[in-house]
Design a binder for this molecule. Structure first.
Ligand code: ZN
Length: 99
């Protein structure tokens, strides 16, 4: 890592009032108002700042979204499996038992 890269990493990793600006964000999902520190250059322009204020999700919503995305992936896999079963056995596993 070069010195310049190191500096950039530290700037990104360490939150200080000199390098970061505290922004009052409103979660677009649930409306929670919370503060988050952004690197100065990200919120230098008013429009950018406004964008972050209005589009940054609170951590609870981020967690929830990640969880539901994982769940959807799992469901998609299950559906795929069921389709394969239907193809090989000529019927869905769920319709078994009628005979
Ligand atoms: Zn939220």
């Amino acid at each position: 890592m070069s010195q310049n890269e190191k500096d950039l990493f530290l700037q990104w990793a360490i939150v200080t009032p000199e390098t970061h600006t505290k922004v009052a964000c409103t979660c677009p999902d649930c409306g929670t108002v919370f503060s988050k520190w952004f690197q100065n250059h990200l919120v230098e322009c008013d429009l950018d700042k406004l964008m972050h204020e209005q589009t940054t999700e609170c951590s609870a919503c981020v967690d929830e979204r990640l969880e539901s995305e994982e769940w959807e992936e799992e469901m998609a896999e299950l559906r795929e499996e069921e389709e394969l079963n239907a193809k090989f056995f000529g019927r869905s596993m769920r319709t078994k038992g009628g005979e």
